[in-house]
Design a protein around this ligand. Structure first.
Ligand SMILES: C[S@@+](CC[C@H](N)C(=O)[O-])C[C@H]1O[C@@H](n2cnc3c(N)ncnc32)[C@H](O)[C@@H]1O
Length: 296
């Protein structure tokens, strides 16, 4: 199933088109002889829109592929490490987009994997993957996470069926305003089964650069990056979540040999250290024995 690119519509029509872009990046990596992962479904899911967005958003400024690939590999590792620790029967992938981990990671067949995204995206994905066989039990839920009551009802229903859940928000929080991130964090903390939460976080010093590089002719205001909290993971502590560990995207890019920063003059030690924290992949665990602070 592919959706034709219409010439007069903006290229990124809505936030869900960023998922097609991400899928295209995973498709490109999958075709490398030294691919770090193989996502054979990604090319189909990216459709025509995925490569068109990558080409338009990066005119002459490199590529998004490496940073997306580094994020994918890092999340793969953090997910598998958390599952190996035990106590998790359910993965809740909020804003799952066109991610296909249930089809490509070595997962236990009794793991429940719940994907949540906006209705059109879920319908498109269901259509594309109708004949594909996941390695674990997959459920998809069409839901706008900005709608408080349906969001809370869904999380409560997942909590009723789970003894331990791992939550993923990969490539989501950046696009949300802080009130929604705060509400989501509180709602997750209110469900005891929600044990760990993996997210990517941008440093506030990097946000203006990311916003500038975002080609606003191609992307509507709904997709402008906006959430990059002062204090990083500390933002979530009063909301019931404690930092377990973080990984630097820059370090991971070096380790994996997928450069994400343009080559330039060598950095001083201080500059290097500052660069390490600009973009991070973070694991939070629910703070045991500490109630989240009530909303103001
Ligand atoms: C950049 S994509 C990331 C998708 C996927 N996690 C990945 O890493 O490939 C952002 C995703 O967030 C979803 N999204 C954005 N706002 C949402 C909302 N309010 N409710 C549900 N999904 C949302 C979009 O539909 C899109 O699939």
């Amino acid at each position: 199933v592919t959706e034709p690119v219409s010439s007069d519509a903006p290229l990124i029509r809505d936030i869900s088109d960023t998922a097609r872009w991400a899928a295209w990046c995973r498709a490109v990596e999958s075709e490398r002889p030294d691919a770090l992962f193989h996502d054979p479904l990604a090319k189909i899911l990216a459709g025509e829109q995925g490569p068109a967005i990558e080409a338009a958003m990066n005119k002459g400024r490199g590529s998004t592929v490496s940073s997306l690939v580094v994020r994918t590999v890092s999340f793969d590792t953090m997910i598998l490490d958390r599952l190996a620790e035990g106590g998790i029967d359910t993965v809740v992938n909020l804003a799952a987009g066109l991610d296909t981990r249930p089809y490509r990671l070595a997962l236990s067949e009794d793991l429940r994997w719940i994907e949540v995204d906006l209705p059109d995206l879920i319908a498109f994905k269901e259509g594309c993957l109708a004949d594909a066989k996941p390695l674990c039990h997959v459920e998809r839920v069409a839901l706008d996470l900005a709608e408080a009551d349906p969001r809370r009802q869904l999380l409560a229903a997942i909590g009723d069926r789970s003894k331990g859940s791992l939550v993923l928000t990969e490539g989501l929080l950046l696009y949300l305003d802080s009130a929604l991130v705060t509400a989501l964090a509180r709602d997750l903390a209110a469900i005891p089964a929600m044990r760990s939460w993996l997210m990517d976080l941008l440093h506030p010093a990097l946000l203006p650069h990311v916003v500038r590089s975002w080609n606003s002719q191609e992307a509507g205001s709904a997709t402008i990056p906006r959430f990059a909290p002062e204090g990083g993971a500390e933002y979530f502590r009063p909301l019931g979540w404690s930092l377990h560990h973080w990984v630097s995207a820059r370090d991971e890019a070096e380790r994996l040999d997928r450069p994400i920063a343009p080559a330039g003059p060598a950095l001083s030690d201080a500059q290097r250290e500052a660069a390490r924290i600009m973009n991070t992949y973070v694991r939070l665990d629910r703070s045991e024995g500490q109630e989240p602070l009530p909303p103001n």
